[in-house]
Design a protein around this ligand. Structure first.
Ligand code: SAM
Length: 313
């Protein structure tokens, strides 16, 4: 744990002053971002607004945003904000583990240390319709493999009201968090949660498989900032080249997909490892806000042909 004693306390008598002071404190402390925010300013705004029970900026028109920024904050509330920043800096936990809330595509999810903080780029593809063209009238059974807190399963059910979604994970702890989110979004009738090691308890056939698996390679794992080490290691570590889970998945999946199915797979910054592990596999790289090297799509036909050693055109 890091000491906060030599850092200036977060202070300010308006919302905007607290955000500026909080951002300066986060920067001075050298905390790591990447769990829903990318900058000290965004993270400070999130923490201040959450602690004061105010709506997040993105939900507001500019006039309301400005009046909230100028709002006076009472001394006891200022103290609560300062304590939250101290905890963030001392514990090095991602902010979402302190607020127990993470947002994906404008949808709020519960999260705690039992599950990784959701931040999958597949969420963007579900919200912007990028996957829709790969589906058909027959698309019915959707699997979110490695569901974690269930966020992608919930977003898939929201995106396609006519499909049935299964969220699966090896971790009973993560599934307990996923149950909270499925209930929170009133999707118990349409989202089923299953404990499974890879595809073991998931015979299918599946029409669409979404998967954000553990894919961080061993060298990267050893250099992760504390914020990432606060998350379950099982959710991140993918073995020496990061591809242990993906290797097993690509072996097991062909027999469990319907003929027109597709797999949408996130691999983070591991494209080089992916291509080295699966050099002949024909994939489509999908565009997200992080570029076109993090999420890929494979058709069942291509996967089947690849598994049988046939060339697929
Ligand atoms: C990167 S997290 C993704 C969580 C969630 N889909 C998201 O995007 O926030 C990977 C998840 O895979 C799960 N996992 C790890 N090994 C697994 C396995 N062999 N079978 C099923 N799930 C596994 C972890 O428990 C973790 O919840």
């Amino acid at each position: 744990m890091s000491s906060t004693s030599n850092l200036p306390a977060v202070s300010g008598d308006t919302v905007s002053a607290l955000i500026a002071s909080g951002a300066a404190a986060l920067t001075a402390a050298g905390v790591a971002f990447g769990h829903g925010t990318a900058t000290a300013e965004d993270e400070a705004a999130w923490l201040v607004l959450w602690r004061l029970g105010l709506p997040l900026d993105s939900e507001l028109d500019p006039g309301t945003s400005e009046s909230i920024a100028n709002q006076a904050v009472a001394h006891d509330q200022q103290a609560l904000v300062a304590t939250l920043f101290e905890e963030r800096i001392r514990s090095r936990k991602p902010a979402a583990y302190l607020t127990h809330e993470a947002w994906l595509q404008g949808v709020a999810f519960y999260v705690d240390e039992r599950a990784i903080v959701p931040r999958s780029f597949i969420a963007e593809l579900l919200a912007d319709g990028s996957i829709d063209g790969w589906l058909s009238d027959q698309t019915c059974e959707v699997l979110d493999l490695c569901t974690g807190n269930g966020s992608l399963a919930v977003l898939a059910a929201m995106a396609w009201p006519e499909v049935c979604v299964t969220g699966a994970d090896i971790s009973p702890d993560a599934l307990a968090v996923a149950h909270i989110n499925v209930e929170r979004h009133a999707l118990k009738e349409r989202v089923r949660l299953v404990e499974s090691d890879g595809m073991q308890a998931l015979p299918g056939p599946w029409d669409l498989v979404l998967c954000n698996p553990p894919y961080v390679n061993a060298q990267s794992m050893s250099g992760l900032p504390a914020e990432y080490r606060a998350e379950p290691e099982l959710a991140l570590a993918g073995g020496t080249d990061g591809m242990d889970f993906v290797r097993a998945l690509l072996k097991d999946l062909p027999a469990r997909m319907s003929p027109q199915a597709v797999l949408v797979l996130e691999i983070g910054n591991e494209k080089a490892f992916f291509e080295a592990a699966f050099p002949d596999l024909p994939v489509f790289w999908l565009d997200t806000s992080s570029g076109d090297e993090q999420v890929l799509l494979i058709t069942a036909q291509a996967l089947q042909a690849w598994a049988e050693g046939r060339r697929w055109i």
